[in-house]
Structures are given as C-alpha cells and as structure tokens.
Design a protein around this ligand. Structure first.
Ligand code: SF4
Length: 368
C-alpha cells in the first residue's frame, strides 16, 4: 500500500514538472512572438521614415526645379526688357560725346548761313527726339549689336530674346519698319530677317559681366562708305600712310551732299574686304574724344578732320566749316598681296549706346 502511495506521489510530481516545463516553453514562445512583433514594428517604422525622407527629397527637388524655372523666366524677361530699353534709348538719344561735338560745330559756323541753319535743325532734332523719346531719324538704319561676354553665355537664347525685343520695339514705334527682303523688296514690318539685326558675339574669359553696344547706322550714310585697294594710281596713293590719307580725303569729297553730313569716319587699314569693313564700323564704337594709342594714327585722325573741315563741303553739303565731326582709324593685319582701306561713314544721326549687364540681365550701367 505504501509502495503504491509512493508511486502515485512520484507520478504526480513528474506530471507537475511536465506541466511546468510546458508553461516555460509556452512563455518562451510567447516572448519570441512578442520580440518578433517588435522587430516587425520597428521595420515598418523604419520603412515609414525612409518613405518620408524620399518624399521630402522629391518635394525639395521639385521646389528647386520650380525655382530654377522661375529664375530662368525672370532673367529671360529681364534681358528682353533690357534690350527693349537699349533700343529705345539708342534710337532716341545721341550719346553725350557726339552731342558735345555737334554743339561745338554749331558754335563754329558763321551766323545766318545755310550751314548754321542746318546745324540748328540738327541740334533741334536731337533735343526734340530725346524729349519726346522718339526716333531721331525716320531711317532706322541697320541695327548693329556687339556683345562682349564671359564664358557661358547662351548665344542662341540671347539672339532669340534680342530679336523679340526688336520686334516689340518696332511695334511700339521705337524703330521704323525698315528691313526688307533683298529679292522681293517685301517689308515684313518687324525689322528682323537674315542678317538683321547684325549681331556679333565676342567671348572674353576675363570679363565678369556682359557688355552690349548698339549702333543704328542709316542707309544714306552707308551708301557713301568706300573701300580702296592700294596702290591707287588714279589718286597717286601708294601703300603707306600718305596713300591712306589720299583715299580717305577722296571718299570725303565723293560723299559731299550725300550721307547726311556732317559725318564721322570709321576706318580700317588692312584686313580683307569683309573684315576691313566690319572693323571700320567697330571704330565707330569709340568715343569721339578718345585718343588713338598709335601716335601716327592719332596724327592722321586729327589731320583728316581738320583738312576735311577746310574743304568747304559743310553740313548736308551746304557749304561751311563742318564737314566731319570725327575720324577714328584702326589697323588689321593684311596679306602681302593686298592693302585695303575700308571707310564707313556715319551720318550726324550717330546713334550708339552701350550698357553693362548685372547677373540678373538688368542694366547695371550705361557706357555711353
Ligand atoms: S543717313 Fe542718317 S540722317 Fe540721313 S536719313 Fe539715314 S539715318 Fe537719317
């Protein structure tokens, strides 16, 4: 009986142990489950944070792109406004250095002469055009634009915006509709077309800002431009500075009564036929009171103006003391076989203005 009792007690204790073990195992499993759940939760949370980060980045990128688009649109608009304003001022206002020389010429002419009358009309025209912000002359002329810029300027975009500004300037009356198809003579009324405006770009890595010079050069004065090939036996002009002088004075004689004088000469010695004419026009971007750094050319410039003013041609060819307001001479290399002298004649309506741009493509300052 005692044995049976012992056996029963032993059996009960073993069962209890088994139950306890099972409980421990269950607890372990439960713990594991909880741990697993925690890990899963953490993973989900991490994923959520990562997703949020990606979304934030995407928004930031979108904002950056939008800002860039706005900045680009703003600078495009600024450049358009700048070119429109440059065109308006160039068309309506004579630069100060030219104005000064015109006034000097007016004072020099004898009283009550046709020359004085002509100079008075010119001066009155200049004052009125500026006051009313209207074109100085009905002849818009060729629109020459010279752009000197640092590395990186988008020239194609610059050209497109400039053309748009020219069209607008024509529509609002800053420029007369003056550019026609050379074969048909058709005038589109917008002042743009092949070769017009005459736009030149020059990249200069040393420049920090864009510089733009605009010049409106009338057709009448362009017609009396000339190009000589030296030697010229007819004029007895050899391949030296005396020969150059002879052909320049010949051109002045031939221009009398034409070209709306008094004029200013832009001259290139050397180059070929194309580069010579282009460089002669670039001489017209110089200030009238500047000094040629080459002593012989400085002397020649002065001599040409003084000699021409003694020819008695005068304003509009009416006689008088003012045939030329200035003369600017530059030199290009040439080939041994050729010696060109290219002469560009600018009329009294000497419209040239220049600006420097800010980084935002707005006008930072006026050069002239
Ligand atoms: S040449 Fe000069 S002044 Fe004469 S019509 Fe043309 S732009 Fe006017």
């Amino acid at each position: 009986m005692a044995v049976r009792k012992k056996k029963k007690v032993a059996k009960t204790s073993s069962t209890k142990k088994k139950v306890a073990k099972k409980k421990v195992a269950k607890k372990k499993v439960a713990k594991k489950k909880v741990a697993k759940k925690k890990v899963a939760k953490k993973k989900v949370a991490k994923k959520k944070v990562a997703k949020k980060k990606v979304a934030k980045k995407a928004v930031k990128k979108k904002v950056q792109i939008a800002k860039k688009v706005i900045k680009k649109a703003n600078s495009d608009k600024a450049l358009f406004d700048t070119m429109l304003e440059l065109t308006r001022v160039t068309s309506a206002e004579i630069p100060d250095d030219v104005q000064k020389v015109v006034l000097k010429a007016l004072a020099r002419e004898e009283k009550n002469t046709t020359a004085e009358y002509a100079m008075n009309i010119i001066q009155a025209n200049i004052v009125l055009a500026k006051k009313k912000s209207q074109p100085i002359c009905q002849d818009t002329g060729t629109i020459h634009i010279f752009v000197e810029h640092p590395v990186g300027l988008d020239q194609t975009k610059f050209r497109k915006i400039t053309e748009k500004a020219i069209v607008k300037a024509t529509q609002v009356g800053y420029l007369r509709q003056n550019s026609v198809d050379s074969l048909t003579g058709k005038n589109e009324g917008i002042n743009i077309g092949p070769g017009h405006p005459d736009l030149h770009f020059k990249e200069n890595p040393k420049r920090k800002s864009v510089k733009i010079s605009m010049m409106l050069k009338g057709g009448g004065c362009e017609n009396v431009g000339a190009q000589y090939s030296l030697p010229n036996t007819e004029l007895g002009a050899g391949r030296d500075l005396d020969g150059v002088r002879k052909v320049i004075l010949d051109a002045v004689q031939k221009a009398q009564g034409k070209g709306c004088g008094p004029g200013v000469l832009g001259i290139c010695i050397g180059g070929d036929r194309g580069s010579g004419y282009k460089y002669s026009k670039e001489q017209l971007l110089r200030m009238l009171d500047d000094t040629n750094p080459h002593p012989d050319l400085k002397k020649l410039e002065k001599d040409i103006v003084e000699t021409s003013n003694k020819l008695g041609i005068g304003p509009m060819g009416f006689g008088g003391k003012t045939t030329l307001l200035g003369c600017k001479i530059g030199v290009l290399n040439r080939l041994p076989a050729s010696f060109f002298v290219s002469i560009s004649y600018m009329c009294w309506a000497y419209r040239r203005k220049g600006i420097e741009l800010s980084n935002k493509m707005e006008i930072k300052n006026w050069i002239y």
